[in-house]
Design a protein around this ligand. Structure first.
Ligand SMILES: [Zn+2]
Ligand SMILES: [Zn+2]
Length: 259
């Protein structure tokens, strides 16, 4: 039975993390977590392209699964950027024995990273409009289990430009293609007052008939593992949402954390 799982984290298999998988596992064991799902980046920007090697990832995960057998469930995930723009590469990855596939929008408007758009002082409305359009195209494409950090631009623009009509389209497509939302706690440790997404978007998600979410810290260091996930979980629970983890692409509700 899994009570606690961090379903979004990165190790040195991602271009923007230097942490070892072993350090994450040791930290998870120290925190008393039941499960971890590594979701390394698969990105197409010039700095990241070619960094991720699935065979190295699965080999290291296999060694750690043996070491932690009976103590910690270690799941294989992938955070794939803009799958709709890279269908052949996505299909090749989706054929591998992953437990969980996250689809995320990081790069658009000519391949810029969202944080770079904010740093350049680009018009937030323009960046948000293009962002929601990318998310819509991604969930229409489908083939993955959950959308990572749905309102990601708010991490960089420091405000949410909410577009309920665009989100109605997005949630309807997610229902059709059996895609869940992730509640990502990384915005909380970066000083924002709510996870990604926050309450308003989660309420709209629920209005489309959804009852489940996944939970993740998006940790790039072992020190950030599971950070603020309990707060994200509490918000989801207060709205009646059930946290799940995915094993072999199937959903399992997390048991209550109270032993
Ligand atoms: Zn991401
Ligand atoms: Zn991530």
């Amino acid at each position: 039975m899994i009570r606690s799982c961090d379903c979004h984290l990165h190790s040195r298999h991602s271009p923007d993390s230097r942490e070892t998988m072993a350090a994450h596992c040791a930290r998870a064991a120290a925190l008393g977590l039941d499960a971890l799902c590594f979701t390394e980046h698969y990105d197409f920007d010039p700095q990241s392209l070619g960094h991720y090697h699935a065979d190295d990832f699965f080999a290291e995960l296999g060694r750690l699964r043996a070491e932690y057998a009976g103590r910690l469930t270690l799941l294989a995930g992938l955070e794939f950027s803009e799958p709709h723009n890279h269908p052949r590469e996505f299909e090749a990855m989706a054929a591998l024995p992953y437990d969980f596939l996250l689809g995320s929008i990081h790069y658009y408007l000519g391949g810029l990273f969202v944080g770079e758009m904010a740093a350049r002082g680009m018009d937030p409305q323009l960046c948000y409009d293009a962002y929601w359009d990318q998310v819509r195209q991604m969930v229409a494409f489908g083939g993955f289990d959950a959308v990572g950090h749905l309102d990601f631009p708010k991490r960089y623009f420091r405000k949410l430009l909410y577009d309920p009509a665009a989100l109605d389209d997005i949630f309807a497509l997610m229902r059709k293609n059996r895609i869940l939302l992730e509640v990502n706690s990384s915005s909380l440790r970066q000083g924002r007052d709510e996870p990604m997404p926050g309450e308003a978007l989660l309420r709209q998600y629920i209005s489309h008939g959804f009852t489940e979410i996944t939970l993740g810290s998006d940790a790039h260091t072992a020190g950030d593992l599971y950070r603020d996930v309990p707060a994200a979980r509490a918000l989801a629970a207060s709205l009646g949402l059930v946290p799940v983890c995915l094993i072999e692409r199937k959903r399992y509700a997390l048991a209550s954390e109270h032993r």
